[in-house]
Design a protein around this ligand. Structure first.
Ligand SMILES: *[C@@H]1O[C@H](CO)[C@@H](O)[C@H](O)[C@H]1NC(C)=O
Ligand SMILES: *[C@@H]1O[C@H](CO)[C@@H](O)[C@H](O)[C@H]1NC(C)=O
Ligand SMILES: *[C@@H]1O[C@H](CO)[C@@H](O)[C@H](O)[C@H]1NC(C)=O
Ligand SMILES: *[C@@H]1O[C@H](CO)[C@@H](O)[C@H](O)[C@H]1NC(C)=O
Ligand SMILES: *[C@@H]1O[C@H](CO)[C@@H](O)[C@H](O)[C@H]1NC(C)=O
Length: 350
């Protein structure tokens, strides 16, 4: 039924947009690819509950939107049924996404409720001008690799007024992302908003990312930039983390240029250049002592880092103050109350 409706809507050539309306009710839906190009913009309006098949899947998507210019996804419940598959996580396609958008421009996703994807909830690949707003993404803290929103090769993306609870990154920002704003997002549980891993292949670039007025509750990380400890070139620049509240985050503010979970990386430091990163107005609590932890590359130190008004307290065993640890960081720090090596007023290499 959905494929038929899509085909009709896609070739309709009337005035304004073509609407697909899913009435209220529960619908079992097999994986589906909804492809363009279409004649008119499409309004995909869901007033019901869509329910995915149970168990693992070898498909890279449940619902895929492909090659479109002008798409609204408005409302409704999307049940990925990951809870019937996570115990066999190796049998799920690693790139699986509940909603996959590839080569889609000028898109508005709003008031959707996405539950329990088998892996990633929303994957944006090669998309331009996307707004994702007033929505909920929810999966348990223990669910494997259930990223909230994953973005690559995409530009002019806005994520706002959204709650994301997941077992992995709330927002994962990968190579080729530029001009991304994340505003008024509450993340937690989850692994925070994360740029990277960068430098897995040569030439990874992420530019112009702004994260504002967000809260991180009981997350593994808050705001993070991570690069492989491999000598691949790359660039992360023009990143602002502003007006952030941490509620018992484990690594509230972190740059890790030594990422190598297997311990099997070739010799040599990360050559991904991180520059122009601002951490401004970040307050609340940290569940570990190293509340501010910026570990940059020796061969390509972080440049033009600005820290201002960072006030994080440690809440955890033993008590005592939170600390700020900086290695290979050039920049300025004002109103950083944490003891440690991140309290520099003049431009200086730590
Ligand atoms: C999306 O925009 C890009 C850049 O402007 C363009 O190259 C591409 O063809 C557009 N894709 C669609 C599906 O309209
Ligand atoms: C992101 O926010 C900045 C500052 O408010 C604004 O100048 C920019 O246009 C925004 N970008 C997008 C993609 O909305
Ligand atoms: C990284 O992103 C750039 C810019 O969008 C793109 O040209 C390049 O192919 C990407 N690299 C990989 C390995 O996908
Ligand atoms: C963030 O919140 C502050 C205080 O409420 C407000 O002044 C500012 O405009 C907000 N910024 C964004 C990008 O929404
Ligand atoms: C953090 O900042 C917010 C907004 O500026 C304020 O309401 C809150 O009391 C602050 N919390 C702490 C722990 O300083």
């Amino acid at each position: 039924a959905l494929n038929n409706a899509w085909n009709d809507a896609c070739k309709w050539n009337g005035k304004g947009e073509a609407q697909i309306l899913i009435p209220s009710g529960n619908y079992f839906l097999n994986p589906v690819q909804l492809s363009g190009p279409c004649k008119r913009p499409i309004n995909f309006r869901n007033t019901g509950h869509l329910v995915a098949p149970r168990g693992p899947t070898k498909m890279s998507y449940w619902i895929s939107f492909y090659y479109l210019n002008g798409l609204t996804i408005n409302g409704g419940y999307f049940h990925g049924q990951g809870q019937t598959a996570w115990d066999r996580a190796q049998q799920i396609d690693p790139s699986h996404a509940l909603l996959s958008l590839a080569f889609v421009n000028n898109t508005n996703i709003r008031r959707v409720k996405l539950f329990n994807s088998k892996k990633t909830h929303v994957n944006l690949f090669s998309c331009n001008n996307v707004e994702f707003a007033r929505s909920l993404i929810s999966a348990p803290e223990t669910s494997p690799n259930t990223d909230g929103i994953k973005i690559a090769i995409s530009s002019f993306i806005r994520i706002r007024d959204t709650v994301i609870k997941s077992g992995d990154d709330c927002v994962a920002i990968l190579n080729g992302t530029n001009n991304l704003n994340v505003t008024r997002v509450n993340c937690g549980p989850g692994h925070g908003v994360s740029i990277g891993s960068m430098g897995g292949t040569p030439g990874d670039v992420v530019r112009q990312v702004t994260v504002t007025n967000c809260t991180f509750s009981r997350t593994l990380n808050g705001v993070r930039i991570k690069t492989w400890a491999k000598p691949n070139s790359g660039l992360v620049s023009g990143v602002s983390f502003m007006n952030i509240i941490m509620d018992r985050a484990f690594n509230p503010v972190i740059i890790d240029q030594n990422y190598c979970p297997s311990g099997q990386c070739p010799k040599g430091e990360s050559r991904v250049q991180i520059k122009g990163v601002k951490f401004i107005n970040i307050n609340g609590t940290s569940a570990t002592k190293a509340a501010l932890n910026l570990q940059c590359s020796g061969s390509n130190p972080c440049k033009d880092v600005r820290m201002d008004n960072i006030d994080l307290g440690y809440v955890g065993p033993g008590g005592g103050p939170a600390t700020g640890l900086c290695t290979n960081v050039f920049g300025t720090a004002t109103r950083v109350t944490l003891p440690g090596s991140c309290r520099f007023k003049k431009k200086r290499l730590i």
